[in-house]
Design a binder for this molecule. Structure first.
Ligand code: NAG
Ligand code: NAG
Ligand code: NAG
Ligand code: NAG
Ligand code: NAG
Ligand code: NAG
Ligand code: NAG
Ligand code: NAG
Length: 556
């Protein structure tokens, strides 16, 4: 799941750039587009084309109502005879906007995959511009009052943290019931989005799905392959979540490799030297001790920060989230993490604070833009609505958290997921319940996993590859979340080959990343890549940033 970025300022800058693109096209507005049963393309977002596709809310009972799926494509650039049809993409979340994703990175995805495909981003049902849009709060102000600024409240912050989060989860679950007058939220699940993907593919005039999904997008791709094994054209699942875990809302096993990522930070810092890693100490043991001391001291002494545009307290929860968030894209963020920790150890919290800083909330009380930035509630609706109902009591959840601490020292953050689902009440009896594989998919899947992914351990990728016989697991020997969190021209090259020629890597193939975790500050690192590989690597980085932006949000 979840690849939700906390590096908000960084993301806000990217967001600004793309809203400028939108402005350049200000005549385009989703609300003005009519939903149609066929694809009907309208120019949008500087060079893209948009369409609003009608699908049934409930495929088993079309009279229940309709939903409309917002679709944006980066059109293929090739001779007609070379055209390969639509390639659907999903940036994860759940609840990430595929429209935002393709607006930001369609051209880069085409660079990786090939220009013969339409790169198709869509907002999964319930998400962002797709309608009906899931919402739990009536206004931005109501949402802001409920929210806090950090993604995951640390369950280790106080003795009653689990109980508090349980109570908040009950409120969210009840709000969803109260605000479901139109009776649609329970249909906003992965199985139905898989059905929508088939509908989109067919609307393009194609029979079989071509798809690249990262993170939660792996659940979506695997669910599709399990439900429609004979409709698999080319499917890549990347940063793979274990299906069994996902559909039982038991996220414990997703933390299996998290601490390894922390270890790569510590060992990498020790090896990099004081110039490249500001939090340096001669040995890993000493760095670990420094970090532990920092966590302990911030727990008893949080640090207030006031800047010209906002203010806030850097406390234990903020620090925990900051460290954890860097695990998703270590090659981009470890050096910044080290600098922030080093400054914090000297009592200066501004470096850390400024990385994630957003201007204080201001109400756009008279906005005419319909609400769409709903990743917070969409994530709940999808993740919790997919799963077996969770009915755990506070005592059971505390016992679960205790057992999860044996799996990872970051259970205090990730453990929030099941707690949150414990309040969710909207589950369809006919939701997808497995089997979570298929013996005979019509084309083998390419499954990509990193050796140290903070939330998608390699066992998940192995399980998924095993559940679809003939599929091949490509391993990237690196920390980070999905192939986009650990840019590797080797892996991106295999991805390209799969889409270009249908060729899979040999079983057991292992790729190395091209970047280093702590680049030397004198800038003499040379990768020795040829122009094509350099282009591939830059494209991978761009798509990685777009993924983070499309899935950035606060889970509170
Ligand atoms: C769904 O949309 C189709 C096509 O526009 C329409 O024929 C049908 O009546 C709609 N269904 C409902 C329940 O509104
Ligand atoms: C916080 O973590 C420490 C170390 O893992 C543990 O001993 C302590 O019980 C935890 N406290 C809470 C409130 O969970
Ligand atoms: C897969 O196997 C099942 C059961 O043997 C069969 O019903 C189905 O048609 C097969 N699908 C394909 C794509 O071969
Ligand atoms: C969750 O999964 C773990 C294995 O990852 C298992 O040990 C545990 O019993 C499961 N917990 C629940 C509540 O299902
Ligand atoms: C609110 O928006 C409406 C329509 O755009 C406009 O007519 C009105 O003057 C605005 N009110 C305020 C207080 O800005
Ligand atoms: C959850 O617990 C409540 C109260 O004990 C009970 O009414 C309800 O049936 C339970 N739901 C499930 C799915 O077990
Ligand atoms: C696809 O196969 C052709 C012919 O074997 C080869 O020339 C080409 O390099 C391959 N493309 C990729 C991306 O591997
Ligand atoms: C750059 O730094 C690296 C690591 O500290 C060192 O090995 C290398 O000699 C330096 N290169 C130059 C040109 O200073």
């Amino acid at each position: 799941m979840a690849l939700f970025g906390n590096f908000m300022k960084l993301l806000a800058v990217i967001a600004l750039v793309s809203s400028l693109q939108v402005l350049a096209n200000s005549e385009f507005q989703w609300v003005k587009l009519h939903a149609t049963e066929e694809l009907a393309w309208t120019p949008c977002y500087s060079g893209l084309q948009c369409s609003f596709l009608t699908v049934p809310l409930d495929y088993a009972s079309p009279a229940t109502g309709n939903a409309s799926i917002a679709i944006a494509r980066y059109p293929a650039k090739c001779k007609k005879s070379e055209y390969r049809g639509p390639l659907l993409i999903n940036p994860g979340g759940p609840g990430g906007s595929g429209v935002d994703y393709v607006v930001d990175s369609g051209a880069s995805i085409a660079t990786i995959i090939g220009e013969q495909y339409d790169i198709v981003g869509f907002d999964p049902r319930g998400v962002s511009y797709s309608t009906p849009t899931v919402y739990l709060f009536e206004t931005d102000a109501e949402r802001a009052l409920w929210s806090t600024n950090t993604l995951y409240p640390s369950l280790n912050q106080s003795a009653d943290a689990v109980a508090q989060q349980w109570a908040r989860g009950q409120i969210l679950g009840q709000l969803a019931v109260n605000r479901n007058e139109k009776n649609y939220i329970q249909y906003m699940t992965t199985d139905n989005t898989a059905r929508d993907m088939l509908r989109i593919t067919q609307a393009f005039g194609y029979e079989k799905l071509q798809y690249w999904g990262v993170s939660y997008g792996s659940v979506l791709g695997s669910t599709f392959a399990a439900m429609f094994p004979d409709k698999v054209g080319r499917v890549v699942v990347d940063g793979v979540l274990d299906m069994q875990a996902w559909f039982s809302a038991n996220f414990t096993s997703e933390m299996l490799d998290t601490d390894q990522v922390l270890q790569t930070f510590i060992d990498g810092c020790a090896a990099a030297g004081p110039d490249a890693c500001a939090f340096h100490a001669p040995t890993s043991t000493e760095i670990t001790a420094k970090l532990t001391a920092l966590f302990s001291s911030i727990k008893v002494q949080p640090i207030p920060v006031i800047t010209p545009i906002s203010y806030g307290v850097v406390d234990y929860t903020v620090l925990r989230n900051f460290v954890f968030d860097a695990f998703y894209t270590p090659y981009a963020l470890f050096a910044t993490l080290a600098q922030s920790l080093s400054d914090l150890a000297k009592g200066d919290a501004k470096t850390l604070y400024s990385v994630t800083e957003l201007p204080s909330f201001e109400c756009e009380c008279n906005t005419t833009t319909p609400f769409h930035a709903n990743i917070y509630e969409a994530a709940l609706a999808i993740a919790c609505g997919d799963a077996t109902p969770v009915n755990d009591t506070v005592v059971e959840l505390q016992a679960l958290y205790a057992s999860e601490r044996a799996v990872s020292t970051f259970a205090d953050l990730w453990g929030n997921w099941r707690i949150r689902c414990s309040g969710w009440q909207l589950h369809r009896d006919d939701r997808f319940k497995g089997p979570f594989g298929a013996p005979n998919v019509s084309f083998p899947l390419l499954v990509i996993g990193n050796t140290a992914d903070p939330v998608a351990p390699l066992v998940g990728a192995k399980a998924t590859a095993g559940a679809f016989p003939g599929s091949v697991l490509l391993t990237i020997d690196a920390p980070g979340h999905t192939s986009l969190g650990a840019p590797s021209t080797c892996a991106l090259g295999y991805l390209r080959e799969y889409f270009q020629n249908g060729t899979l890597p040999a079983p057991g193939t292992m790729c190395q990343p091209d970047d280093v975790l702590f680049p030397p500050t004198n800038g003499t690192a040379t990768r020795g890549l040829d122009a094509h590989r350099e282009e591939l690597l830059m494209a991978g980085r761009t798509v990685g940033q777009a993924m983070r932006r499309a899935t950035a949000r606060k889970l509170v």
